[in-house]
Design a protein around this ligand. Structure first.
Ligand code: ZN
Ligand code: ZN
Length: 371
């Protein structure tokens, strides 16, 4: 059984202020924003919040003191995420918001400010050419995002006078209700926890406080970017609720198929078709490069199908250095298929010569054995 007093490090007879102050200290220390990716801190943070939720509420504390944690859970309407469960995001945010607002002195008495939500992150997909990935590129990103309504400044109200204190909760954002001899606090269903009711909503945004707007951004794509890379443009997502942080824009980059090159990280692969005779005799050929134009490379005599000839520093750049990958030229020897009579004749002679050479070698070999 969880010991909420021990979790907060306070004695059983701690005053409300002692509990609140212990919670603040611990919540600051274990807050997920300060401990990104730290599972242990996250769990601890949940435990602290759970303990605080109970001990900061006189009714719940009384029940907890008398009957323990199970009494609270068992009678809360049951089910996962019931009372004390953290799937109740609104309540969770409320407790946290309440305390942190006081702590940081934000909000000027409006309990709404710190429970305001950050704007949503947005996703944008774009496709660029391999040349653009090689050189780096500037692209224009056009997308829709929510921005604060200019008419009402995000309040959602037609005028200042149409914002009224919520009659249901008296502006506290939370209401208490009783069930038998238990009593619980919940986010006010009438105002959704804001503590305010808008009698006449803003006509521009229908009371939402935000409007959809087209946005256009110039985004620099770094040279060497890989297929599937994601760029983040901080603050370019949806507007948050009234003055709270914007979300971010995530730009996912895919790279178009290239007619000449295949990519393998920083290396580029080019398939070089080569006729049989050139492969056998060796030659000099021109191959395209991503820089534009072509370069000459040497193909050694007797090169085999599938052989890779490496041209250093002719691949893609690394995003964070001046180094480049290599160009890998993969030899694809082609068997001739439409021969004229003269060529056939030459090949027959060639074949005959190969045959004779083999026989000579073999006879030499057998001669050695028999000798
Ligand atoms: Zn508005
Ligand atoms: Zn209310």
């Amino acid at each position: 059984m969880a010991d909420y007093y021990r979790t907060l490090g306070v004695p059983k007879n701690a005053s409300d202020d002692e509990i609140k102050s212990a919670f603040r200290k611990l919540a600051l220390k274990y807050h997920p924003d300060r401990n990104p990716g730290n599972k242990e801190a996250e769990n601890k943070f949940k435990e602290i919040n759970e303990a605080y939720e109970i001990l900061s509420n006189p009714e719940k504390r009384k029940i907890y003191d008398a009957y323990g944690e199970e009494a609270l859970k068992g009678h809360a309407g049951g089910g996962p995420g019931g009372f004390g469960g953290f799937s109740q995001q609104a309540d969770f945010g409320d407790i946290f918001g309440d305390v942190f607002e006081n702590f940081f002195g934000e909000g000027m008495g409006s309990r709404r400010s710190s429970s305001r939500r950050r704007g949503s992150d947005l996703k944008y997909k774009t496709e660029i050419s391999l040349e653009d990935a090689f050189n780096g590129a500037k692209i224009e990103v056009n997308y829709d995002r929510k921005t604060l309504c200019k008419n009402c400044g995000g309040s959602g109200a037609d005028s200042k006078s149409s914002v009224k204190k919520c009659p249901s909760c008296g502006g506290r954002g939370r209401v208490q209700f009783s069930q038998g001899f238990f009593s619980f606090t919940q986010t006010c269903p009438k105002c959704g926890g804001s503590g305010e009711i808008i009698s006449s909503p803003c006509k521009s945004c229908s009371g939402m406080g935000v409007v959809k707007e087209k946005n256009s951004l110039n985004v620099k794509i770094p040279a060497g970017v890989e297929d599937g890379s994601v760029l983040r443009v901080s603050g370019a997502g949806d507007a948050g609720e009234k003055g709270s942080q914007n979300g971010d824009l995530y730009i996912e980059i895919s790279i178009k198929h290239h007619p000449h090159f295949e990519r393998d990280r920083q290396d580029l692969i080019y398939e070089l078709p080569l006729d049989m005779a050139s492969a056998a005799l060796g030659c000099e050929v021109e191959v395209p490069v991503i820089d534009g134009g072509r370069i000459k490379i040497k193909v050694p005599e007797g090169v085999q199908y599938g052989k890779i000839l490496r041209v250093p520093e002719k691949g893609m750049p690394y995003t964070n250095s001046r180094k480049r990958g290599d160009l890998l030229v993969r030899v694809k020897v082609e068997t001739p298929s439409h021969l004229n009579e003269q060529q056939r004749d030459l090949l027959r002679k060639f074949a005959q010569s190969v045959k004779e050479q083999k026989e000579k070698e073999n006879s030499g070999f057998f001669k050695k054995i028999f000798d």
